[in-house]
Ligand binder design. Structure first.
Ligand SMILES: NC(=O)C1=CN([C@@H]2O[C@H](COP(=O)(O)OP(=O)(O)OC[C@H]3O[C@@H](n4cnc5c(N)ncnc54)[C@H](OP(=O)(O)O)[C@@H]3O)[C@@H](O)[C@H]2O)C=CC1
Ligand SMILES: Nc1nc(=O)c2c([nH]1)NC[C@@H]1CN(c3ccc(C(=O)N[C@@H](CCC(=O)O)C(=O)O)cc3)C=[N+]21
Length: 287
């Protein structure tokens, strides 16, 4: 039976550390502030938004939620972003994905100031990550949270074979970049990948971020491997499941994240951590 990588507990201690930093800033008269723009009614985004709001309030941060209807125009969304760019009380801006088809997500996220881009989507921040540049800049919260969780359990990256299934700008690409930067050998896979399951079985560390329930099961996992299940899928019974069949996978893996209670809480905690970091960085112009 695999070690369970407990995201809930790890997130709780990260949140404690974040609260100390947030309180310090608030005492100096700078309460960290985050704004989320949610367009339409994607269920995963709704879960995320709800959890985020609860947590930000608990940590004493300012939290603003802007809910826009599915029919909103791209210009109206950008207009909201630009107001938040100007708003001194907001240090972190997040536009929930997915956006409706009539809106170009890249154009919208590119309109967020790099210094408030808490998802790390802006080309400036993406470029720094890919270039392994030093300095302070935001990185997508789920990948950053996965790295924190691996570190907590002393799982190292250097020399490991990593397979990442899913290559979105939100999860797959930045997690691959972070792991390359830690000297892992990374393969980034998707729908076009041939012999996906055989490839998965070569991984010392397998990250699955596809939104396809039970894509990976025990027989696709190298014995003793670390399995990071990013997927959030809601079953017909209303229960959350990941992209990995936990029951069979946990019998083969050496370590595995559960869903819920794995990567999800780490994402929220990292979002809070990074909101505080953006607030701190804004005081020294990013230095
Ligand atoms: N736990 C958390 O904190 C978070 C969870 N999520 C969840 O993670 C999942 C992925 O999110 P996101 O990256 O935004 O999703 P996207 O839909 O943007 O990307 C999905 C990726 O998975 C690949 N993929 C999908 N199905 C298959 C398949 N059957 N075989 C191989 N590759 C496949 C796609 O490949 P291709 O590029 O070839 O089309 C694509 O690259 C979702 O369930 C989402 O809800 C997301 C963010 C945070
Ligand atoms: N711009 C943008 N950035 C994102 O990071 C982003 C996004 N859009 N769109 C949607 C996805 C999804 N996502 C989740 C994060 C945490 C939980 C989470 O807290 N999960 C708990 C669920 C607890 C529960 O409610 O039962 C857990 O896994 O334990 C879920 C989903 C972030 N996303």
């Amino acid at each position: 039976m695999a070690i369970i990588l407990d995201g809930k507990t790890t997130a709780a201690s990260l949140n404690d550390a974040t609260k100390i930093q947030a309180d310090k800033l608030t005492a100096q008269g700078i309460q960290p502030g985050i704004a989320v723009i949610l367009v339409g009614e994607d269920p995963a985004s709704q879960i995320y938004t709800r959890n985020k709001h609860r947590k930000a309030e608990k940590l004493g941060m300012k939290s603003v939620l802007i809910e826009l209807p599915e029919t909103v125009s791209q210009d109206e969304v950008i207009n909201e972003v630009e107001k938040l760019n100007q708003d001194q009380s907001i240090h972190a801006i997040l536009v929930q994905s997915p956006l409706p088809d009539h809106i170009d997500a890249t154009t919208v996220t590119n309109s967020i100031l790099p210094s408030k881009d808490v998802d790390g989507f802006n080309p400036t921040n993406l470029g720094k990550l890919y270039g392994r540049q030093p300095g302070n800049y935001p990185v997508a919260c789920t990948p950053k949270g996965i790295m924190t969780l691996l570190k907590q359990y002393d799982i190292t990256l250097a020399g490991k074979n990593v397979v990442v299934i899913g290559r979105s700008v939100l999860v797959g690409r930045p997690v691959a970049a972070l792991m390359i930067n830690q000297n892992a050998t990374v393969t980034l896979a998707g729908r076009f990948t041939q012999n996906l399951k055989a490839l998965a079985k070569t991984a010392d560390i397998l990250v699955v971020a596809t939104g396809t329930p039970a894509l990976i099961s025990g027989q696709d996992i190298k014995p003793g491997a670390t399995v990071i299940d990013v997927g959030i899928n809601r079953g017909a019974d209303g229960k959350l499941t990941g992209d990995v069949d936990f029951e069979t996978a946990s019998q083969v893996a050496g370590a595995i994240t559960p869903v819920p209670g794995g990567v999800g809480p780490m994402t929220i905690a990292t979002l809070m951590q990074q909101t505080v970091e953006l607030t701190q960085w804004s005081l020294n112009n990013g230095k």
